[in-house]
Design a protein around this ligand. Structure first.
Ligand code: PEP
Ligand code: MN
Length: 335
């Protein structure tokens, strides 16, 4: 059960409500986010919701039977749209492209990518400066200095910065330069990182774990929400299966499933999802037609020279073509 409380409710009244719920066998967790205050109630006996609704300080009450609560669509029926500013939004009613290199490599690369995105009306750029790599000897990113450079070039053109945070200790330093914190597949269940991202007032793009179930993904999103951050974007990026023909198996079933179960926006990452450049456009289009609210695509002016994930990275020419196709398909989807 989720109870929405009056925003500025006195602590004593909140305590009385929690005590009353305690007598009904519920344990309660108080959640205060950027936009509201809630009590998440777990366990308990069958309760007549009207009994709760009439308590002083209660605005609204909903029964939610899912294991995840605040991210469930059973509670919030209206889909969540996240506003990144400067006209860039993510959520139902649009298909938002987030494109850019796997890794930020140089000023020249960032400038060329930003110019390319602006020319194509793409308002958000991805690019890692702290890279999770399977080998410690691979390129690990340009770090905070690289992020500062990325951010100043992108923001000069009002392009939003989407970048991965690897560890909770990096959040404060990264904060001024980031518009969306990306949580990578390998950190999808790093609960201390999720807890800390719950305390920031910036959107979080949460990727599905390498072998993560959708329930686990939604529970991870619940961690962020329960700590106070409602701005979460779910990302399907392919899972590990027995199939070895491509890097991962892009699970497009996840898109309609997540959209049905949660009010949060869902984006698809076809680049990591299939891992083979020539198949990326098809899978990006398939993601859109599966109902995604956006796509995360790796692009580079010279993919063959990329310092990471070049094999799945589109050239500018290929990206240009894909962006046009996505626009056309979005119009068809909206008919
Ligand atoms: C990335 O987006 O470059 C990345 C490392 O993704 P993932 O966490 O999905 O592997
Ligand atoms: Mn990558």
């Amino acid at each position: 059960m989720i109870i929405t409380l009056q925003r500025e409710l006195a602590e004593s009244l909140r305590g009385e409500i929690a005590a009353f719920l305690g007598t009904l066998g519920f344990s309660t967790t108080a959640v205060t986010t950027q936009s509201a205050s809630y009590l998440v109630c777990i366990g308990g006996r069958e309760v007549d919701l009207r009994q709760v609704h009439r308590l002083q300080g209660v605005l609204d009450v909903h029964r939610v039977t899912d294991v995840y609560k605040l991210v469930s669509r059973k509670w919030r029926v209206e889909p969540t749209r996240i506003d990144l500013g400067d006209g860039v939004q993510i959520g139902e009613g649009s298909h938002t492209i987030i494109a850019g290199p796997c890794s930020i490599e140089s000023e020249e690369q960032v400038q060329a990518t930003v110019d390319f995105l602006v020319e194509h009306g793409v308002g958000a750029m991805r690019g890692g400066t702290f890279k999770p790599r399977s080998s410690p000897y691979s390129f690990r990113g340009l770090g905070l200095e690289g992020l500062k450079m990325f951010s100043s070039i992108a923001r000069a053109k009002k392009v939003k910065v989407v970048t991965e945070v690897l560890d909770a200790s990096q959040i404060a330093d990264m904060m001024p330069y980031v518009d969306v914190f990306q949580v990578g597949a390998r950190n999808s269940q790093n609960f201390s990182l999720l807890d800390e991202l719950g305390k920031v007032d910036k959107p979080v793009l949460l990727k599905r774990g390498l072998s993560g179930t959708l329930e686990e993904l939604l529970q991870s999103a619940e961690y962020i929400f329960a700590r106070g951050n409602e701005k979460i974007i779910l990302c399907e990026r392919g899972i590990r299966t027995f199939e070895k023909a491509y890097r991962n198996t892009l699970d497009l079933n996840a898109v309609p499933y997540l959209k049905e179960k949660s009010h949060l926006p869902v984006v698809v990452d076809p680049s990591h999802g299939v891992g083979i450049r020539r198949f990326v456009p098809q899978m990006a289009m398939a993601g859109l037609m599966a109902g995604a609210d956006g796509g995360l695509v790796e692009i580079h002016q010279r993919p063959e020279e990329a310092l990471s994930d070049g094999a799945q990275t589109l050239s500018f020419e290929e990206s240009s073509h894909l962006f046009r196709q996505l626009e056309r398909l979005y119009r068809i989807r909206s008919e």
